[in-house]
Design a protein around this ligand. Structure first.
Ligand SMILES: Cc1cc2nc3c(=O)[nH]c(=O)nc-3n(C[C@H](O)[C@H](O)[C@H](O)COP(=O)(O)OP(=O)(O)OC[C@H]3O[C@@H](n4cnc5c(N)ncnc54)[C@H](O)[C@@H]3O)c2cc1C
Length: 270
C-alpha cells in the first residue's frame, strides 16, 4: 500500500492514488485505507480514514479528485473510478483507529472484508442461478433433431453439474454468512468467507459458461442475457480478493500459518 497518511496538527494529510474504486466519484462517503506515518515520517501501520464528498453537487474537498473512470468488460452499471489524494487533510475525528492500534490495524480492518467476500460470492452465485434458470428454459424450448435439446443426455449432465455447483455455493455462502469471526466478532469467519467466495466465484464462471454453451450461437449474441452474465461474472474471481489470495488464506487457516505478503524491511515514504 503506497497511499500515506502523515500525522499533522489536528489530523492527517493523505497523499496517493487508488484505482478500481467501486462507486468512486458517485459515493458521498469514502473509507480510505492508508499507511500511517507519524510526524517524523515513521511507519505506524495501516489505518482507515473517512472522507465526505458530494459529487452530485460537484463538491469535492480540497486535495481530493476523481481524475478518471475505469473501462470494464462487464458490470457496466457499476462505476469504477480512480481516486487521487494530493495533501488531502482529514480531521482526527474521521480516523478509524482499530482498538489494537495502527500496527495491528490492517488485520482488524481486513475483518470487514469477510462480509464483503460473502456478499461478492453471493452476487456471483446469483448470476449463476439466473443463468441456470435461463438454461432450463432453453433446454425445453429449443428443438434440434426433432426433439427438445433437454432430451440429450450430454446436456442433461451439464445441467445437473450446474445445479450442483449453484447449490454447493449457496450452502457454503450461507454457512459463512451465519458464522462469526475470532472473539465473537460481528464479521464472518475469515476462512469460511474466503472458501465460500473462492468456490462460488469460480463455480459461477463455469456455470455461466456452460449456460452460454447450451444456448449455442444465441448465447453468444446479445439478445439473450447470457452474454452479459458471462462478462459480468468474470469479475468475481478478481475483485474482493483474487481466487489465488483466497486460496492462500484458506491454506493458511488450515495449516495455522501466515505467509508474509510484504518484503522484510519495507518502509513507506511520505
Ligand atoms: C470491478 C472491480 C471492482 C473493484 N473494487 C474495488 C474497491 O472498491 N476498492 C478496492 O480497494 N479495490 C477494488 N478492486 C481492486 C481489487 O481488490 C484488486 O483488483 C484485487 O485485489 C487484485 O489486485 P490487482 O488487480 O492489483 O492484482 P495483482 O495483485 O497485481 O495480482 C495479479 C495476479 O497475481 C496473483 N497474485 C498476486 N499476489 C499473489 C500471491 N501472493 N500468491 C498467488 N498469486 C498472487 C493475483 O491473484 C492475480 O492473478 C476492484 C477490482 C475490480 C476488477
Amino acid at each position: 500500500m503506497t497511499t500515506t497518511a502523515r500525522k499533522v496538527d489536528g489530523g492527517y494529510v493523505l497523499n496517493g492514488c487508488k484505482h478500481w474504486i467501486t462507486g468512486g466519484g458517485v459515493s458521498k462517503i469514502h473509507l480510505i485505507f492508508a499507511r500511517v506515518l507519524d510526524e517524523k515520517g515513521t511507519d505506524q501501520g495501516i489505518g482507515g480514514f473517512i472522507l465526505y464528498a458530494d459529487p452530485e453537487k460537484g463538491v469535492n474537498p480540497e486535495g481530493f479528485s476523481v481524475p478518471s473512470r475505469e473501462r470494464t468488460l462487464g458490470l457496466c452499471g457499476m462505476p469504477e473510478a480512480v481516486l487521487k489524494f494530493d495533501d488531502l487533510f482529514i480531521e482526527d475525528r474521521f480516523v478509524v483507529r482499530p482498538p489494537s492500534g495502527f500496527k495491528r490495524g490492517f488485520a482488524d480492518l481486513m475483518n470487514a472484508y469477510n462480509s464483503q467476500r460473502v456478499g461478492a460470492g453471493t452476487i456471483a452465485m446469483g448470476v449463476a442461478a439466473g443463468a441456470l434458470e435461463h438454461a432450463k428454459r432453453y433446454l425445453k424450448d429449443r428443438h434440434q433433431f426433432g426433439r427438445p435439446i433437454g432430451e440429450f443426455q450430454g446436456l442433461q449432465w451439464m445441467l445437473a453439474d450446474m445445479d450442483t455447483a449453484v447449490h454447493a455455493s449457496r450452502l457454503m455462502l450461507r454457512e459463512a454468512a451465519a458464522s462469526r469471526g475470532p472473539n465473537g466478532s460481528a464479521f464472518p469467519d475469515i476462512m469460511m468467507a474466503a472458501r465460500a467466495k473462492m468456490y462460488a466465484s469460480e463455480a459461477a464462471l463455469k456455470v455461466v459458461s456452460d449456460a452460454l454453451q447450451i444456448f449455442g450461437a444465441r448465447g453468444y449474441g446479445s439478445e439473450e442475457p447470457i452474454e452479459r452474465m458471462y462478462r459480468d461474472v468474470r469479475m468475481f474471481t478478481i475483485g474482493g480478493g483474487t481466487a489465488q489470495i483466497l486460496r492462500t488464506q484458506v491454506a493458511g487457516s488450515l495449516l495455522g500459518i501466515k505467509t508474509p505478503q510484504t518484503r522484510d524491511g519495507y518502509t513507506a515514504k511520505a
